[in-house]
Design a protein around this ligand. Structure first.
Ligand code: ZN
Length: 397
């Protein structure tokens, strides 16, 4: 092991390592620190440093151990930078720990062990200078040259699915831009981004981590390996069948049939090409389709995570059709309400949308629509109606 740098920086890193290793693995870890050094090393430039094989990185053993520990946690991790020596309790605690670390001669009880196979050693070929290449990593070249397949494969799957439906062949850039569209909920955008990059902790991800191999399998479906495709189109534990049925019922009212969608079609749902009779894009219909599809796929993911992570895949915790329907209606109605708000005023994090577009988007799918005024954007309690799980009109919760 390299000698650890004795400094306040080292102490901060060790405090974070302790948090990463000791916090219950499913909780969201919120790391509050005044050390920009730690945030840069672990988070901001972490990937880059990792790619370069930790060459010339001070405290490399600790940074590596932190990144490996964080990556193994199913829970998310957030970093928050605070001013040093504020009255923030958590931060003062970390500082106290950092102070102790800095004066210690030896770092006993610090677990820098990284599970084998998980210790990302070699640098990737790209981004290396000639000099760096010769600095002891040459023998690893063969390993390094393995292409990173995740995003490339998913982009192709989406591209072909979109082509099949719309006769257009979107470029990578078009796909990335589409999934960043402001009509899509911010969390769903992040989910799609991670899915296409293959960085969600699902299936094969766990197979590579010693001691966690069991997590690769779906607890419900005959030991099938979990995958995005399984979760979204096959699984009997994620509510996907009910959710796609609800989405189909709603979209059928606009003459859209989404039965038997492929995973490519689902993940490519931000690229619809419905057209008006004039041949121009049907903006409102495209918008409704993307909203319903993204809200639905994300609900499936949420239900999957609650069931598998929080409830440990307990078969008794699989939601009933009724519960799933209630959740779906709630999500779609929440999104409808958000549309109403966005059409009347600028919202934090949401772009303003024209009232006309909002009215057109939801036209034909609302509950009790014939009794609504032409402009219903200011009326509380407007709901979508699907025929299934419909709630009495006029109620708002
Ligand atoms: Zn399953």
């Amino acid at each position: 092991m390299d000698t650890l740098e004795q400094s306040n920086n080292t102490g901060e890193l060790i405090a974070i390592l302790a948090a990463a290793q000791d916090a219950p693995e499913n909780v969201t870890l919120h790391i509050i620190t005044d050390s920009q050094y730690a945030i840069n090393g672990i988070h901001k430039y972490g990937q880059k440093i990792e790619r370069l094989g930790y060459i010339d990185t001070a405290n490399r053993e600790i940074v590596k151990a932190i990144r490996a520990s964080l990556r193994m946690r199913p829970g998310d991790t957030y970093f928050e930078k605070v001013k040093g020596h504020s009255s923030n309790v958590g931060n003062d605690g970390a500082d106290a720990l950092a102070g102790t670390g800095a004066v210690r001669e030896e770092y006993d009880n610090i677990n820098l062990a990284i599970p084998t196979d998980y210790d990302i050693e070699g640098a990737e070929f790209i981004g290396l200078t000639q000099a760096q290449l010769y600095r002891g990593i040459r023998e690893k070249l063969e390993k390094l040259l393995k292409p990173r397949r995740g995003a490339v494969v998913w982009l192709d799957i989406i591209r072909w699915a979109v082509k099949e439906k719309t006769e257009t062949f979107p470029t990578d850039r078009t796909i990335w831009r589409a999934i960043r569209h402001p009509d899509i909920d911010r969390k769903v955008r992040a989910y799609l981004y991670k899915t296409i990059h293959n960085t969600n902790k699902v299936g094969e991800y766990w197979e590579k981590i010693p001691g966690f191999e069991g997590r690769a399998k779906c607890p419900q479906c005959d030991n099938r390996i979990e995958s995005v495709e399984h979760i979204m189109t096959e699984c009997t534990g994620t509510g996907q069948q009910t959710i796609w049925k609800l989405a189909d019922d709603l979209l059928t009212k606009k003459n859209i049939d989404i039965k038997n969608q492929s995973i490519g079609g689902i993940l490519g749902c931000a690229l619809p090409q419905f057209k008006l009779a004039t041949g121009r894009p049907n903006k409102a219909l495209n918008r409704l389709y993307t909203i319903i599809m993204t809200e639905s796929l994300y609900l499936i993911w949420i239900i999957r995570c609650e069931w598998i992570i929080e409830n440990m895949g307990d078969p008794d915790k699989i939601l009933s059709e009724q519960e799933i329907t209630r959740k779906w209606m709630h999500r779609i109605n929440r999104r409808l309400r958000l549309d109403q708000i966005m059409s009347t005023k600028q919202q934090y994090k949401w772009k303003k949308v024209s009232r006309k577009l909002v009215l057109e988007t939801w036209q034909g799918v609302l509950n009790n629509e014939e009794n609504l005024p032409t402009d219903w954007t200011q009326i509380r309690g407007v709901l979508v109606g699907t025929g299934v799980g419909m709630r009495p009109p006029g109620r708002n919760r």
